[in-house]
Design a binder for this molecule. Structure first.
Ligand SMILES: [Zn+2]
Length: 289
């Protein structure tokens, strides 16, 4: 079957600007990690959560020197503050965990709560939390939802007081999530379906602006992935058998320097399709079944 695949047009992190700090609600202030880039957009969003003088800090950025002073400033701007209660992490990728040491140096030996994963935690001692764990602070509660796929240790955090969902890297304010080689697209899609059941009113992502239409956004992510499957299968049927050639065919509007990441995404789809029994491969050559 020869077909012209439909195109997927997504918004992009490239060139997206955000202020260094912003108050997003009575309970939530965002502080940018000062690590902008093609994969982090304006940088990692770190969040002060709670209404008291010692809020939670959700994620810590990458460990860049400009971040701790900005965090301290944000704390004092929002309310009289005597520091942080503790650090909570969505997952162990460096742009989320990398700032822990600097924050602890500035604010003291704070507890760091995350789902443990030796592969990413390194030397860091973590307070183990997992699906269903709750962390409370004045005015806010965070409830952990295990959402593997982008990273095995990934937790999203639901805050019932605002029906707000902190999605880390599972749902982004712009663009789509990378599924790295140690990730799993099948798990990721299951995680998205699970997030749909939260009935959130707002998503606070780890990169990019807040999302005010969570259900639509998550459904569009699922549709995007289904369409990508179709495009890949159409390519295989048209005689395009390598990941590189599939990327060239499908990602026509993506700049070449992002083709490595696109290749990672195509590979993640092929691995999922292989498990579904829709494709097989010999070495680097992929074929539709
Ligand atoms: Zn990540």
């Amino acid at each position: 079957m020869t077909s012209t695949p439909r195109r997927i047009v997504t918004d992009s992190m490239l060139g997206l600007g955000m202020p260094d700090t912003a108050v997003w609600s009575e309970r939530v202030t965002v502080v940018l990690g000062q690590n902008p880039g093609p994969f982090t957009g304006p940088g990692t969003n770190t969040y002060l959560v709670g209404t008291g003088g010692r809020p939670l800090l959700l994620d810590t950025g990458q460990g860049l020197p400009a971040y701790p002073p900005l965090l301290e400033q944000a704390l004092h701007d929002v309310r009289p503050s005597d520091g942080l209660q503790e650090i909570v992490l969505t997952h162990g990728h460096v742009d989320h965990i990398g700032g822990v040491a600097d924050v602890q140096q500035r604010f003291g030996p704070l507890t760091v709560s995350k789902k443990p994963w030796a592969k990413l935690d390194g030397e860091l001692t973590v307070h183990a939390v997992d699906d269903g764990s709750e962390i409370s602070t004045e005015g806010a509660t965070l409830q952990a939802i295990w959402t593997p796929g982008h990273a095995w240790d990934h937790l999203c955090w639901y805050m019932p007081e605002e029906r707000a969902l902190f999605t880390g890297d599972v749902v982004l304010g712009a663009g789509t999530t990378v599924i790295p080689p140690d990730g799993d697209l099948g798990d990721y899609l299951d995680s998205l379906r699970r997030l749909l059941t939260c009935d959130a009113a707002v998503i606070y992502p780890a990169h990019g602006p807040a999302i005010r239409n969570p259900r639509e956004k998550i459904e569009s992510y699922l549709a995007h992935r289904a369409l990508r499957d179709e495009q890949i299968l159409a390519g295989l049927r048209d005689g395009v058998h390598s990941v590189t050639a599939l990327v060239k065919r499908i990602y026509t509007d993506v700049p070449e320097f992002l083709h490595g990441a696109a290749g990672m995404s195509v590979t993640a789809h092929l691995r999922k399709l292989e498990r579904d029994g829709s494709v097989r491969h010999q070495g680097d050559e992929w074929h539709a079944v």
